[in-house]
Ligand binder design. Structure first.
Ligand SMILES: *[C@@H]1O[C@H](CO)[C@@H](O)[C@H](O)[C@H]1NC(C)=O
Ligand SMILES: *[C@@H]1O[C@H](CO)[C@@H](O)[C@H](O)[C@H]1NC(C)=O
Ligand SMILES: *[C@@H]1O[C@H](CO)[C@@H](O)[C@H](O)[C@H]1NC(C)=O
Ligand SMILES: *[C@@H]1O[C@H](CO)[C@@H](O)[C@H](O)[C@H]1NC(C)=O
Ligand SMILES: *[C@@H]1O[C@H](CO)[C@@H](O)[C@H](O)[C@H]1NC(C)=O
Ligand SMILES: *[C@@H]1O[C@H](CO)[C@@H](O)[C@H](O)[C@H]1NC(C)=O
Ligand SMILES: *[C@@H]1O[C@H](CO)[C@@H](O)[C@H](O)[C@H]1NC(C)=O
Ligand SMILES: *[C@@H]1O[C@H](CO)[C@@H](O)[C@H](O)[C@H]1NC(C)=O
Ligand SMILES: *[C@@H]1O[C@H](CO)[C@@H](O)[C@H](O)[C@H]1NC(C)=O
Ligand SMILES: *[C@@H]1O[C@H](CO)[C@@H](O)[C@H](O)[C@H]1NC(C)=O
Ligand SMILES: *[C@@H]1O[C@H](CO)[C@@H](O)[C@H](O)[C@H]1NC(C)=O
Ligand SMILES: *[C@@H]1O[C@H](CO)[C@@H](O)[C@H](O)[C@H]1NC(C)=O
Length: 798
């Protein structure tokens, strides 16, 4: 109570620090000098992001001396350079200093930290500190916790040898180089050492093991020599992460048999010798979690059989063939099994083999499993089996998994109907992805109030009937994809009742009728960013104010969906296929701050609404293959993020607005087959397009067409044409599919400037994309896979 009392007094004092009265009162809490120093410290930076309450809560003073002993800044509070003469270094009685997650832009670490000689805890993680750790840090001999992780620090860190009281040292995610000083592993109290994600080289040496190290992470470094042998002497280890060591020889798991207390072992990204995988292998039997992802393993690791405490096993990204052994499912504590990206073909045992297993998270994706799906275990929360060859119907037993949060059976050959009983799982299901199967019948009409469902993807099946009106009860729905089915219905205006709907595609179905609300007026989808209704039979015209109520699209924002962190232990992100005139894009991550609209291949008529110009975040607009008339809206010049614009095959007349020339991200434009005339805006991103983007208009002139606007048409020299094409390729590598040498393979290109890292485009022949086998696709697209990999996978942080 008295602490709170003092704190309150201190707060009032801090707020009204100019009043000498409060200063006097504050003497019994924090000393005025100290308060002055704190105030000065804050003023050295841009502190607009500081939460005053949090800032004050982070300060503790010694109630006897009034000296600040603890300072913990809230995240993101201070921005600026931490200078050597900072008032921070006057707070000499600090014992606990936590400045993590601030923004000390390009500051080097001042040696003056060593003036804070009583420090016991120092955390400077996740700032932008650069340069070397000053040698004077070695004077901080009272330190027992030092966290410099997630900065850009360089050089070696010999100094730590004098910090003999250290118990926790975290230097991960920096640019430290050189070898690990042998004295480091000999620090008597060190229990936790994290050196992962640096450029450390050489071997390591464990002097006599009086070490009490329990947690050691050396992952993602460049060690060369002896490293495993010394580690095997650290017999107190409970957690060991040596993934991605980049050592040239395969690891023999037996070497860890001396680590009798080991609970977690991560060897991912290293090659493992096949002789050590047998059931007779001598491994630490205590293991609970084991990471063997990408270890070049070709046969099932039978030594797992003896790990009776095993809870988590990741053997993804290996080359294991054949069937999953029956004994795996009887390990009594098994909870997470990741078999992702191997060549498994089936399960040993009967269709009941899984039912008694304790497994909760089961990831079978990207394998060659075939035949009917076995009856699932009882306790599942995540079932991911995308990209296999499962056949037969979806087992109804799935509906007995009362905690199932994610069901992803996409890219298989399941047939039959979608189980009606999935509605039993409304209190748990968050994601249902059944894309690219052979499912028939209609969508179940049984969404109940309070359902948690956020993603429903049933695209590329053979579904018929109407969109069930009960979807309106699934008020959490954000992502709804029913594309490429045979659904016959009118435009679902009623979906405006879904307050969170962000992406909606009903492409390639048999929808019909108007897409303007009855009585005209704007369409109301408050949160919608992606609307794909191409290739249906929609008719009618759009009122000029059609787009005025698309609130989200008209605002800037950086929200994205797919952050399904309420599914523990698994990362899921929605994907969507976007097609723009032969460009076929599959977003690894649906970044919903960028909007797309595709109305192509319908029978829409009348003018293109001028209100389209309000959709500031629109990056792709496809209105091709309709019967739009009138002019291209001038307001398109205000859609400054636009990258793909397809207005081809309509009956548009007039000229191409000059303002389109100012759309600097425009990588694809086509206005072919209209009745346009006049000068094509002469901006590089437009004149660099192929001629075919402008053909089929009677009166267009100027580059890239050969018709000059002012002189009789002259032929351009051939080379110049080619050069131009090449320039465009280099510029964005987007238009490849259009040249005479049409590219039927897959090509990967960043569509967007690098600050939008999650966008990738694959370009295929216009009619080929549907047949693309997703496996080959992902295999051939390494960098895309990076984003895909973290898209849907068991969280590797164990
Ligand atoms: C200082 O305040 C804390 C918290 O109220 C209390 O536990 C501690 O005994 C006090 N110390 C002195 C020296 O008064
Ligand atoms: C500051 O933080 C406190 C508690 O952490 C919170 O209640 C308050 O709303 C925050 N104030 C502002 C302006 O964000
Ligand atoms: C430092 O503060 C961050 C939050 O800003 C917190 O996550 C971290 O645990 C703290 N570190 C220590 C050593 O107190
Ligand atoms: C700290 O040094 C900078 C120059 O590096 C100077 O501009 C500034 O006034 C000094 N601040 C204090 C409090 O002495
Ligand atoms: C850090 O500060 C720089 C420059 O003041 C600013 O551009 C950047 O956005 C800030 N970063 C964060 C994470 O706040
Ligand atoms: C830090 O200590 C050194 C030597 O003890 C002293 O010269 C220097 O002024 C101190 N710096 C600050 C900012 O207190
Ligand atoms: C470490 O401490 C020893 C004495 O204990 C001293 O001689 C040496 O200079 C210190 N090392 C560093 C880098 O300060
Ligand atoms: C290391 O310790 C072992 C016993 O744990 C002992 O036999 C050996 O002599 C010691 N070696 C050194 C170099 O101290
Ligand atoms: C792995 O080591 C080799 C040399 O042994 C080096 O050429 C290569 O760049 C390293 N790879 C990584 C990812 O560190
Ligand atoms: C699958 O694993 C192999 C290694 O066995 C790896 O090379 C490949 O990139 C992985 N494929 C995907 C799609 O991650
Ligand atoms: C599962 O457990 C039940 C009850 O213990 C038992 O009757 C059944 O045979 C078991 N099934 C399998 C496939 O082991
Ligand atoms: C573009 O936006 C500005 C500001 O919102 C507006 O004044 C202008 O009329 C718009 N241009 C067109 C052609 O609609």
């Amino acid at each position: 109570m008295s602490g709170l009392h003092l704190l309150l007094r201190f707060i009032s004092l801090f707020v009204i620090f100019t009043s000498s009265f409060t200063l006097v009162v504050g003497l019994s809490g924090c000393h005025p000098d100290q308060i002055q120093a704190l105030k000065q410290f804050k003023n050295e930076f841009d502190s607009r992001n500081c939460n005053q309450t949090d800032y004050l809560n982070g300060v503790q003073c010694d109630n006897a001396t009034g000296a600040v002993t603890e300072l913990q800044l809230p995240s993101g509070c201070l921005t600026g350079v931490l200078k050597p003469n900072s008032s921070l270094f006057h707070l000499r009685h600090l014992r606990h200093l936590n400045l993590s997650h601030n923004n000390f832009t390009s500051s080097s670490l001042p040696s003056e930290f060593s003036n804070l000689s009583r420090l016991e805890v120092l955390s400077l993680s996740s700032n932008s500190f650069i340069g070397q750790v000053p040698s004077l840090f070695s004077k901080l001999t009272w330190l027992n916790q030092l966290d410099l992780s997630h900065n850009q620090l360089t050089g070696s860190f010999q100094l730590v040898q004098n910090l003999t009281k250290l118990s926790i040292l975290d230097l991960s995610y920096n640019h430290f180089s050189g070898a690990i000083p042998s004295s480091l592993l000999a620090l008597p109290f060190l229990t936790r050492l994290d050196l992962s994600e640096n450029y450390l080289t050489g071997s390591i040496e464990v002097l006599n093991s009086s070490s009490s190290l329990r947690h050691l992470s050396l992952s993602h470094n460049h060690f060369e020599g002896q490293i495993l042998e010394p580690i095997s002497n650290l017999i107190t280890l409970k957690f060991l992460d040596i993934s991605f060591l980049n050592i040239s020889y395969p690891i023999d798991i037996k070497i860890f048999s001396s680590l009798k207390s080991l609970l977690k072992l991560v060897l991912s990204g290293n090659s493992i010798s096949s002789t050590s995988l047998g059931s007779d292998s001598d491994v630490p039997l205590s293991l609970e979690k084991l990471g063997l992802s990408g270890c070049n393993i070709r046969e099932f690791p039978n030594f797992l059989k003896s790990l009776h405490n095993l809870e988590y096993i990741d053997i993804s990204n290996n080359k294991i063939l054949g069937k999953v052994p029956e004994w795996l499912w009887s390990l009594p504590r098994l909870s997470t099994v990741t078999l992702l990206n191997n060549s498994f073909t089936g399960f040993e045992g009967s269709t009941e083999v899984l039912v008694n297993s304790s497994v909760r998270i089961l990831d079978l994706a990207l394998n060659h499993f075939k035949g009917p799906f076995p009856n699932p275990p009882n306790s599942l929360t995540v079932l991911s089996a995308w990209n296999n060859s499962f056949t037969g119907s979806i087992p109804l037993e799935i509906c007995n998994q009362s905690k199932l949060a994610l069901l992803d059976l996409s890219y298989n050959n399941f047939s039959g109907s979608i189980p009606r009983c999935l509605s039993n799982l409304q209190n748990s299901l968050i994601v249902v992805n059944l894309r690219k199967n052979n499912l028939e019948g209609s969508l179940p009409d049984n969404c109940h109030d309070g359902a948690l469902l956020r993603t429903l993807d049933v695209g590329f099946n053979k579904l018929t009937g109407k969109l069930p009106r009960s979807l309106l009860n699934c008020s959490s729905l954000k992502f709804l994809s029913v594309d490429n089915n045979n659904i016959k219905d009118t435009f679902p205006f009623w979906l405006k009742g879904l307050p969170n709907l962000q992406a909606f595609t009903l492409r390639s179905n048999r929808f019909y009728g108007p897409i303007s609300p009855p009585g005209q007026g704007p369409l109301e989808f408050p949160e919608l960013r992606i609307l794909e209704i191409a290739d249906n039979k929609f008719t009618g015209s759009l009122p000029q104010d059609y787009f005025v109520n698309w609130k989200v699209m008209t605002e800037d924002g950086s929200l994205y969906m797919g952050d399904y962190n309420e599914i523990p232990g698994y990362i899921y992100e929605d994907t969507i296929d976007l097609q723009y005139k032969g460009l076929f894009m599959e977003q690894g991550k649906v970044l919903t701050s960028y909007a797309t609209i595709d109305f192509s291949g319908n029978r829409l008529e009348g003018q293109i609404p001028e209100s389209i110009g309000l959709l500031k975040t629109l990056i792709a607009l496809n209105l091709s293959n309709n019967a739009f008339t009138g002019h291209i809206p001038l307001s398109l010049e205000n859609v400054t993020e636009l990258e793909s614009l397809d207005l081809s095959r309509n009956q548009l007349s007039g000229t191409i607005p000059r303002g389109l020339g100012s759309l600097s991200f425009l990588a694809y434009i086509s206005v072919a087959h209209n009745q346009l005339k006049g000068v094509i805006p002469q901006a590089t991103q437009i004149t660099g397009q192929p001629k075919s983007s402008f053909e089929g208009n009677v009166g267009l002139c100027g580059l890239p067409l050969e018709q000059s606007c002012f002189a009789p048409p002259t032929r351009q020299p051939k080379e110049e044409d080619e050069e131009e094409d090449e320039g465009l390729l280099n510029w964005k590598a987007l238009v490849i599919g259009y040249g005479p040498g049409l590219l039927f393979g897959l090509l990967l290109a960043h569509v967007i400037a690098s600050y939008r890292p999650k966008w990738f485009v694959k370009i295929v022949g216009p009619d080929k994309h549907m047949e693309t086998d997703p496996v080959t696709l992902f295999m051939s697209m390494d960098s895309r896979w990076d984003s895909f990999n973290n898209k849907k996978s068991v969280e590797s942080t164990m």
